[in-house]
Write a protein that binds this ligand. Sequence first.
Ligand SMILES: [Zn+2]
Length: 331
Amino acid sequence: MLDGMSEANGFGARWSATGNAATGNAATGGAPRSDAPRLLQRTLKSPIQCRGVGLHSGETVSMTLVPAGPDHGVLFRRTDLKNGARDVPARYDAVVDTRLCTVLSNDHGTRVGTVEHLMAALAGCGVDNALVEIDGPEVPIMDGSSEPFVFLIDCAGVVEQPAARRTLVVRRPVAVEEGAARAELEPGEGFSITLGIDFDSAAIGRQEMAIEFSGAAFKREICQARTFGFLHEVEALRAAGLARGGSLENAVVVDGDRIMNEDGLRFEDEFVRHKALDCIGDMALAGHELTGRLRGRRTGHGLNNKLLRALFADADNWALVPVQDLQALAV
Ligand SMILES: [Zn+2]
């Protein structure tokens, strides 16, 4: 039923042959360790490019991650468009659509979609500043996880910059709800995430996970978890002209109580791990790594964005603090 969809993920296929060996040790040459405390901002050591297909558009896009200066943050640049309308900031208040993925837009209506898995990889690799050049409207889906992007970033290498890194400290609890879904942030040390999901399908069921966020934990426990969907949803999306690039090569597909992917899952609880990956990517749109505890139940991109908007709605809810000064702040 998904025949004909499993093409164009050439980079992913090449990457998967060597990914395990290369991931985690490619950042050589004095690059900062992924689990060290990060006091300084970081960017990429050199530009690096990949090509892949957009999950929804089905278009093949070329994407280049380019080093950027201190306090630049992450910015998407649509190289297929003219100057002036082509830059789209990777910020929570530029999110315009969250129904299928997280979509950013600038004031000119220029969009970049499916940013969350790349944002999670940048956050997990501790890249604060990067220009993301892309010649189409959607970040390539690759294998449906963040691992190919982590591999790319590790290949490029990461360098520290002479500028203090700041963290977004949660100072007061905020909570948002949508039906049975709920997410909350509260003050806490480090950045911890506790998530729960509950699906009728026996292939998923009830899953929970808790993680203390760090580069090492992200690479070990989260970045390989793939996006997932139900076959009947995939068919409906394709009938509506969406999910054109979707295939068993870049998603876990569930049919009733059965997983359709021949090789099965990468983790027994891959589904909730992917929810954590999405959450990390969406929270990275705050522009700085959070310091606080995030708890979520049945979260999605819409709820994640609502949570950040609730946090930023009141200046007393948060503070931007140099990481090295954290100890001095009473939270
Ligand atoms: Zn996702």
